[in-house]
Design a protein. Sequence first.
Length: 243
Amino acid sequence: MIQIVNLKKSFGGKEVLRGISLEVPDGATTVVIGPSGCGKTVLLKHIVGLMRPDEGKVIIDELEISSLYGASLFKIRECISVVFQSSALLDSLTVGNNITLGLREHTKLREPELNEIINEKLEMVKLEGTAELMPAELSGGMKKRVAIARAIATNPKYILYDEPTTGLDPVTANKIDELICALQKKLKITAIVVTHDLISAYKIGDKVAMLREGEIIFEGTPEEIRNCEEQKVKEFVRGRIYE
Ligand SMILES: Nc1ncnc2c1ncn2[C@@H]1O[C@H](COP(=O)(O)OP(=O)(O)OP(=O)(O)O)[C@@H](O)[C@H]1O
Ligand SMILES: [Mg+2]
């Protein structure tokens, strides 16, 4: 399980995370919503150990990742995959080689086994037959799918998505949401999704937490946040839906 305890982080005197505590239940999808600039990506970076907190801690499977360095940090990171906001594919590598990048570095798998993994993961994200394409030949939605295929290639226990539907048209965004749900059901991965897309949050979240000005101001089910009467929560939820 992932537990975030009283996490604080400032940049140049500006407090971005002001004491965040959140429990992420195993086998479910937890969505963290909040306006642009509220600290969602900063929070994700702390969870994977790419940023260090000023105070507080992140505990993953009873290990405090925020105090690990070197080999022990890499070891725990192996069970976590991140789908970055930009997809972060390497332009000079084919789709297939992007998917197996991590495996080539960290395992001794041979070409036939790697090819099998590429085909299996591409099938899961419904992109069969694209292994030889270059990222420049893909649409935004396809890139996102390849990034997801790469994330699941290492059979992670946890997968973190940063704005998986941002910048996509509503139909494509819906398909990515469906893919996230389908993978969660099939692979039983624990997922954290940070997004400002409420429609997506309602669809994929088992649990929703709302971040505002560096604090969690709501935690509950999608149904509960929709009916929440708290002014700050209402502003965001209604504002997004009716604008
Ligand atoms: N490495 C950094 N150095 C200094 N400031 C940073 C750094 N990373 C993030 N920040 C600041 O922290 C704040 C939160 O940034 P963050 O990227 O987490 O927002 P966000 O909620 O992910 O926004 P968006 O929805 O637009 O992606 C911003 O004010 C940003 O300028
Ligand atoms: Mg962000």
